[in-house]
Ligand binder design. Structure first.
Ligand code: PGA
Length: 309
C-alpha cells in the first residue's frame, strides 16, 4: 500500500493539494495555478484514492482538510520547499542567479520594495520572487521560524540571534490634511498633539510600535479616535479629514507633493530610522538571496533617489 502510494504521487498533485488546503477552495486553487477546476478535482480524487482516505471535507461552501489532509499538508510543504531548495542549489552549482526568492516585508515597505525588486529583475530575469507583505508582528514570527530567505523591516526585535543589514533611511512624521489648523504652527509639542483626533495603526504594526514608545517616553497618553489596519487606510482617512497620523513619509510622498497632505512641524520629528534586511544568524543564504541582499545594500539609494538618503 505504502509502496503504491509513493510510486504514484506527483509533484503537480502536491502543488494542487497545497493550494486547495491553503486557499480552502478548489476554484481559487484552480485560478491560482491557471488550470480548470475539474482538473483540480480529478487530481485530488486520485491523490485520495492512493492515500485511501478523504483529504478534504465540504462544509457548506468551504473546503476543510480532514485529519489525513492536515498530515498531508505538512508533508507537502516540506517536500515542495525541499524541491525549491534543490532547484536553487542546482542553479547555484551552475553559477546562475536563478530560482525562488522568498521575502517577508512589513506593509510600509510596499512603497519602495517593488521598485527595488523591479530593477533587480531587469538584471536577473530568471529570479522568481515570492513576497509576503504583512505587519511587523507576523514578519517577526516568520523570521523566527526561518520561513523566508530574509525579511525587510524597520524595527528589529532585540535578539542576539539575528543578523541585520541597514540599507535605507526611513523617515517618520506626523501627517495632517493640508488645511489642518496646526499646519503653520512651528515646534508643536507632543503634549499639544494629545488633544488631536489621532488615527492609529493596528496592534502589531512596527510604525505604531515606534509611536507608542515615543508617547511612553514623553509620558503622553493619546486615545486613538480610530484604528485602521494599514498605512494606506490611514493615509486615505487623513486626506478625508478624519484626523492626523504618525506615518512613514515614504507612504505620503506623492500626496505631500500635490499638497493634499502635509507633515506637521512637531518638536523631535520627523524621526530618522533605518530599513533593515534581517535573517537568523548563521543562515546560509542561497545565491539568489545573497545577490538580492547585495543589490539592495549597494544600489537602493541610487534606484530610489534622494529622498531615501
Ligand atoms: P509596519 O512596520 O508596516 O508593520 O507598521 C513598519 C516598520 O517595521 O517600520
Amino acid at each position: 500500500m505504502i509502496y503504491g502510494f509513493t510510486m504514484h504521487l506527483t509533484l503537480q498533485q502536491l502543488r494542487l493539494f497545497e493550494a486547495v488546503s491553503r486557499l480552502g477552495s478548489y476554484t481559487r486553487a484552480a485560478e491560482e495555478l491557471f488550470i480548470s477546476q475539474p482538473a483540480v478535482s480529478i487530481q485530488i480524487k486520485r491523490l485520495e484514492a492512493q492515500v485511501g482516505l478523504p483529504l478534504f471535507e465540504q462544509v457548506g461552501k468551504k473546503t476543510f482538510p480532514t485529519a489525513a489532509g492536515k498530515t498531508m499538508y505538512n508533508a507537502s510543504l516540506d517536500i515542495l520547499n525541499r524541491v525549491d531548495q534543490l532547484k536553487n542549489s542546482i542553479e547555484e552549482l551552475k553559477g546562475t542567479v536563478k530560482g525562488s526568492l522568498q521575502l517577508s516585508v512589513v506593509t510600509t515597505a510596499k512603497y519602495f520594495l517593488p521598485s527595488l525588486l523591479g530593477a533587480f529583475l531587469q538584471k536577473y530575469p530568471d529570479v522568481e520572487p515570492k513576497l509576503k507583505f504583512t505587519n511587523r508582528a507576523r514578519v517577526i514570527e516568520r523570521l523566527m521560524n526561518n520561513e523566508d530567505d530574509f525579511v525587510i523591516m524597520g524595527q528589529i526585535p532585540e535578539d542576539d540571534n539575528l543578523e541585520a543589514y541597514p540599507f535605507l533611511n526611513n523617515i517618520l512624521g506626523i501627517v495632517a490634511p493640508a488645511n489642518h489648523p496646526l499646519v503653520n504652527k512651528k515646534n508643536i509639542t507632543i503634549e499639544e498633539l494629545a488633544d488631536q483626533r489621532f488615527l492609529n495603526r493596528e496592534v502589531g504594526s512596527g510604525t505604531q510600535y515606534v509611536f507608542d514608545q515615543i508617547l511612553k517616553d514623553h509620558g503622553v497618553k493619546i486615545k486613538p479616535y480610530m484604528e485602521l489596519g494599514s498605512s494606506e487606510a490611514l493615509k486615505q482617512a487623513v486626506m478625508a479629514g478624519l484626523g492626523i497620523a504618525f506615518l512613514s513619509l515614504h507612504s505620503v510622498q506623492l500626496e505631500c507633493d500635490v499638497n493634499k497632505l502635509t507633515v506637521l512641524d512637531v518638536a523631535g520629528f520627523p524621526l530618522k530610522r533605518r530599513w533593515y534586511a534581517v535573517h537568523l544568524k548563521g543562515k546560509k543564504l542561497s545565491l539568489v538571496a545573497r545577490t538580492f541582499l547585495d543589490y539592495i545594500l549597494k544600489e537602493s539609494s541610487q534606484v530610489l533617489g534622494v529622498e531615501y538618503e
